[in-house]
Design a protein around this ligand. Structure first.
Ligand code: DLL
Length: 432
């Protein structure tokens, strides 16, 4: 069986009211194609299937996938750069990389058919967020090798929007552009959206009065407090967008306007499993664990059971026919071990956000060369509150106490004067 991008696109988005059994049947047919395609064309899968004693013919139900081996980031590294591609290099129309937060970036490739499907899935996300043909979309995800900018761009163009491909950086100038071009939609990382909000404030302009109606934010974990802050400072509705380069890029799952707090996952193109990160066992829907994704329609780079390292839960379909995922709480490998206590940066962020009088910007600095050493939390106070050095010391002391009480870990807190903490959003490292 062959599966061409055109046929898949013609099949379109599963309509509301499609029975779950029909979705499972479609997934199963596509899964059989994808597993066989990977096995026939990628030596890595031949080796890993053989080592596990499985063969594509063993796939008789969707659940049989649990018998197949995982694919990890290390496998991408071991096959760097093109070893996992399932089509001749000449058929690769585009190369991207992951954002490289954990060591060397991984290289990913797309055929022209893959790009068409990516555009379709991203356009579904932008439409689900409430955008319509003709809207103006300001894309401040980074353009370049990482997938954010060009992925969002594909989708916005496919939906028939007017695209402003501005990329990230030069926030003061972006504020001016937003004032002049009056976009409806902002697509950016949540931290860059906050940097823009700060630039509005610096320019003495009320961000709440700007033209933006909807924000489509992702590429990093962000808390509900952060969402509220962005919404109240830019006067828009902020929706979550999930994706990962190895699996495609942005557009794997997204929140829908009016149906927030969980993200619809495009199950007709990806088969999700949630596993216990320690044992690898598949968990029942509803339990939190590591998200594992299998591509169902990708030609250039099929991924079979890719371990995302993202912690979430699989949730039942609601209204539409596709299952959903909870917002990503954290990554398993983001985890810091401070004096024996496991800590996720988002937990510290939540304590900072609840404190009051502090800027949402913070940096974590690990002492020594491993995650086993002490942690220094750099925070920044807001203008009016805590102006003197003595007041800042008192704030630092109190925050140290609250982090200890809430998370159970002893950290050092340094409180910096307003506006002096380095912004991730305007540095190259932030490039997404
Ligand atoms: O960040 C793709 C992307 C771009 C998604 C723009 C959304 C918007 P990578 O560089 O491969 O791809 O990083 C993927 O980022 O495994 C998560 O840990 C994290 N991540 C992505 N989206 C979210 C989100 C892009 N909405 C890694 N919430 C993933 C939390 C997210 N974490």
């Amino acid at each position: 069986m062959t599966l061409s991008g055109d046929d898949v696109l013609r099949a379109g988005e599963p309509e509301e009211g499609t029975p779950a059994g029909q979705i499972r049947q479609l997934q199963f047919e596509r899964l059989r194609w994808s597993v066989r395609h990977a096995w026939q064309n990628v030596p890595h899968y031949q080796r890993s299937f053989a080592a596990q004693g499985v063969h594509p013919d063993d796939l008789r139900t969707l659940e049989d996938l649990a018998r197949f081996p995982f694919l990890s980031k290390q496998d991408f590294r071991a096959n760097y750069p093109f070893g996992l591609f399932a089509v001749p290099r000449r058929r690769i129309a585009r190369i991207h990389t992951s954002s490289g937060t954990t060591g060397k970036s991984t290289v990913v490739g797309y055929t022209s058919g893959d790009l068409a499907i990516w555009g379709e899935l991203m356009s579904r996300c932008i439409r689900a967020a409430g955008a319509r043909t003709g809207d103006i979309v300001h894309i401040a995800y980074d353009y370049g090798l990482v997938t954010g900018g060009l992925g969002a761009h594909l989708g916005a163009e496919r939906l028939g929007c007017t695209v402003i491909p501005v990329s990230s950086g030069r926030s003061d100038w972006q504020v001016q552009l937003i004032q002049d071009l009056r976009p409806d939609i902002l697509m950016a990382t949540p931290s860059y959206a906050l940097a823009l909000a700060e630039s509005f404030a610096r320019a003495g302009i009320d961000g709440r009065a700007c033209s933006l109606r909807i924000g489509i934010f992702g590429a990093e974990p962000w808390t509900e407090q952060r969402r509220t802050l962005i919404e109240s400072s830019l006067g828009l509705e902020a929706l979550d967008l999930y994706g990962i380069a190895e699996v495609m890029g942005p557009g794997v799952a997204c929140e829908q306007l009016g149906r927030r707090e969980s993200l619809v996952l495009w199950e007709d193109h990806f088969y999700p499993e949630v596993i216990d990160p320690h044992t690898g066992a598949v968990l029942p829907d509803g339990e939190e664990g590591e998200l594992v994704l299998t591509s169902l329609t990708k030609e250039a780079l099929p991924v079979i059971r890719f371990r995302t390292r993202d912690l979430t839960r699989l949730l039942p379909a609601c209204e539409g026919p596709l299952r959903r995922i909870a917002r990503i709480r954290a990554r398993t490998d983001d985890m810091l071990i401070i004096h024996g206590v496991n800590v996720f940066p988002s937990q510290i962020e939540a304590v900072i956000a609840r404190f009051g009088g502090l800027s949402p910007q913070y940096n974590l600095e690990l002492a020594g060369d491993g995650p086993l050493d002490g942690l220094t939390v750099h925070i920044e106070v807001l203008d009016a509150a805590f102006a003197s050095a003595a007041q800042r010391r008192a704030v630092a002391q109190e925050l140290t106490r609250r982090i200890k009480t809430n998370i159970g870990v002893a950290v050092t807190v340094v409180a910096h004067p307003p506006g002096t903490l380095k912004r991730a959003a305007d540095t190259a490292a932030q490039a997404r």
